[in-house]
Design a protein around this ligand. Structure first.
Ligand SMILES: *Cc1c(COP(=O)(O)O)cnc(C)c1O
Length: 350
């Protein structure tokens, strides 16, 4: 049985969070002399002299409408990477607890574990990049606090079978983190509808990919209100700055434009997949549910270098487990994809 209290670190249970000026007075007033701000203004056209809303309610209310979850079930972080770090700090005792990762997968889970001195137990994906449920089961012990599942997975591009994710959710008493950074490009539906069913589920999404706002650094976590309250206790008081909050709110009104880009990206993905498959230097293009392709080539390093010479940068993933010979290629605009293809065509097969 999942019991949040029993898996929280003791210091977090005891933690009295920092109480900011904006936490202590929440109403509207005419004179604000409580936060040592510059009362005269900011040297910019916009008014940036006041501290921002620590809990970003305006953005959360808009996101709640879009995602169909109550705002109390949303955490916003300075990128999803902040949410990943907070998960470690909330649940994993340094030098004692461990987490289960399913490589090849997103590198930040491991880096964040190392920063927090948390042991990593690996349950590699199967050769078709799905969960190895037996390997996960045998990796878990009484000190396992988190299991990270990335779906669609980076760098393999495929979505993880939903029944397998639900199997893990049903059989693990710690937190299951499902990273849906690429969900907008997937044929598979988000698990966000299942939030009420699984008290141990944390879903990560981001404004960095489909939403086109990587520079603003806004990541989202969706979870039970109890888990979100833990996140809020730990986060820095003003973790999303005012400019990012305002711009994110504005961007969320342009959902049609974003949906148009998603559709176009998926069309381009399918075209690029077919065109790459036809090249002699390409052995295999893996199926993709994301905005990138994992491409198995005859010579990843050589092709990578040839592309760099032409000013085209892709990601060499050939040193990664199960990804020998592979490049990870983000879907570009139609023009960019043509440039990529023409350059690849000029590379002789070896
Ligand atoms: C890009 C990416 C993220 C996004 O991170 P941000 O910090 O929100 O920009 C998260 N998870 C995965 C798997 C990613 O590939």
């Amino acid at each position: 049985m999942f019991d949040l209290e029993s898996i929280l670190r003791d210091n977090i249970k005891r933690l009295v969070p920092y109480s900011s000026a904006r936490d202590e007075f929440k109403g509207e007033a005419s004179v604000y002399l409580d936060a040592n701000e510059n009362s005269f203004g900011s040297p910019l056209p916009a008014a940036y002299h006041r501290y921002p809303d620590p809990l970003q309610w305006k953005v959360k209310y808009r996101l709640a409408e879009i995602k169909g979850v109550p705002p109390q079930n949303i955490f916003l972080g300075n990128g999803s990477d902040e949410a990943i770090d907070i998960l470690y700090r909330a649940f994993c005792r340094p030098g004692v607890d461990n987490v289960v990762l399913c490589p090849p997968t997103y590198g930040m889970y491991e880096v964040s574990a190392n920063i927090n001195d948390v042991t990593i137990r690996k349950a590699s994906l199967t050769p078709d990049f799905q969960l190895d449920l037996e390997a996960i089961e045998s990796a878990i012990d009484e000190n396992t606090k988190l299991i990270f599942i990335c779906s669609p997975n980076n760098p393999t591009a495929n979505a993880i079978n939903r029944e397998d994710i639900e199997m893990v959710l049903n059989n693990f008493d710690g937190i299951v983190v499902v990273d849906e950074a690429y969900i907008n490009f997937s044929r598979q539906k988000s698990l966000i509808r299942e939030l009420t069913e699984y008290p141990n589920l944390v879903i990560l999404q981001t404004l960095s990919k489909a939403w086109g706002l990587a520079a603003l650094r806004v990541g989202m976590a969706f979870a039970s209100e109890d888990i979100i309250n833990v996140f809020n206790k730990i986060k820095p008081p003003y973790n999303i700055n005012q400019a990012s909050q305002e711009l994110a709110l504005q961007a969320l009104d342009n959902i049609e434009q974003v949906n148009g880009w998603i559709k176009e990206t998926v069309e381009e993905r399918n075209k690029l997949q077919a065109a790459l498959t036809a090249l002699p230097i390409v052995e295999l293009v893996y199926p993709s549910d994301a905005n990138f392709l994992l491409v198995k080539t005859v010579d990843a390093k050589g092709i990578y270098n040839k592309l760099v010479e032409q000013g085209i940068i892709v990601r060499d993933r050939s040193k990664v487990e199960l990804c020998a010979g592979c490049l990870r290629i983000t879907i570009g605009t139609p023009e960019e994809n043509i440039t990529l293809l023409n350059t690849l065509k000029s590379i002789p097969a070896i």
